[in-house]
Design a protein around this ligand. Sequence first.
Ligand code: DAT
Ligand code: MG
Length: 143
Amino acid sequence: MVKPDGVQRALIGKILQRIEEKGFKIVAMKLALMPVEKAKEHYVEHVGKKFYQDLVDFITSGPCVSMVIEGRGAITAMRKMNGATNPVDAVSGTIRGDLAIETGRNVVHGSDSTASATREIALHFCSGELVAYKRIDEEWLYE
Ligand code: DAT
Ligand code: MG
């Protein structure tokens, strides 16, 4: 997900380019303003933490671009491509390392496990919004 800061800073294209060039397939994508109730559900694991309210306020402060990424090892690889939560710790070459400064404005979200991906996909997309298709370079991306 490209968070509201990424959308406002016109970084959608740059972020999508990294994902496409890596070889991952975008099988669903939308720009939407997240309703507060959905934001609370999205960040349910952080309920009770001191930054929770700021997180909900921020993620609902403008549109996000949500997408479903498919590819071998996509969850782990996307987390690595996103970089460490605190951009100060995110290495160069990662999205947060290259494009962000503070934890609360770290440009992207990525599901951290199969379980959270399943939960988050169901929260942000209907099953009919996921599109199965073949990319023409797949046989050059996979052995
Ligand atoms: P990530 O987004 O890398 O999965 P997370 O799930 O621990 O990180 O936290 C979700 C978001 O909450 C994170 O992207 C930014 C914010 N956040 C995390 N830890 C924070 C902290 N200590 N202070 C302020 N915001 C924080
Ligand atoms: Mg997380």
